[in-house]
Write a protein that binds this ligand. Sequence first.
Ligand code: MRU
Length: 352
Amino acid sequence: MTFPALVKNSVETIEWTPEGVVMIDQTRLPREVVYVTCRGYVEVADAIRTMIIRGAPAIGVAAAMGVAVGVLQSRDLEAEMPIICETLAKTRPTAVNLFWAIDRMRRLYESLRGEPLDAIRERLVREAQQIKLEDIAINQAIGANGAPLVPDGKTVLTHCNAGALATAGFGTALGVIRAAVQAGKKIDVFADETRPFLQGARLTAWELQQDGIETTLITDNMAGHFLKSGRIGCVIVGADRIAANGDVANKIGTYGVAVLAKENNVPFYVAAPISTLDLALASGDQIPIEERASAEVTHVQGVHVAPEGIQVANPAFDVTPNRYVTAIVTERGVARAPYQESLPGLAGKALD
Ligand code: MRU
């Protein structure tokens, strides 16, 4: 497969350094641009769990680097490799990229059994760095495939953050937007704030502002109003897991946006790498949905906004049924319904 040449990342999300795995702390953006260094695999697992790093492809890269750090420090790989993998796999349940990356590292380790320890270590570290580089290139290919779908002269609505921060660089949904802008299209972006964790307000708005892409921040409950107005040319979101029938798990609130888009005849596009497909699951009903801490709902940026003792529900993701999904943009092409046929076709497609 030949990927387009790499363009510079506006934001470095995660990096392998001699000191450890360095990540931009996404819990503190945009108020502070702070980097944290994870020196062991448990620290990497904590960073994923606490959302210092988040976004499906980014946590895949982080997990791969976590395995590599664990392998570097282990004195007994045979005993510790399963523990390292399990610790990282237990961090977050919904985004399948996490399990995909850990599996890729585990399978490579198994193929190297019997080799000298230093050679195994060197190979696994290289693999984790390779997963990162591939992710950036994949996102650029997603961008190239998706840019022609974006109507010129209109506004693109997005939900959550599926940008450089959610990946190793360039982004999936925001990668399509970046590629459309690079192709000369005159577009602007409406970013849903994305309660409760505010990935849209804190991360998407910040990231697009860094790139000089015209962006308007709206609260989640304004999406229907603007979708009805005729100004939104399309919706583009990322995904955490896509079932074989094209049902899409993504950030909570995505389903509502998709229904509102269909009601108003606005195309609803999902941009995701092939590693986000989980073709073992027949439908989205089988996708595990993470339930996060109630404090994310009762508090806004540390300020208590709800009565003490109130019951809270906090599912971090929802599943959008395939009938609302106009197309799924991947690095290997654009899938349309019936997804049971188009997705396996793309997943099995030989790379150019
Ligand atoms: O809880 P998060 O912030 O990890 O959720 C992220 C999302 O839902 C993204 O839209 C998805 O991972 C795609 S990122 C390219």
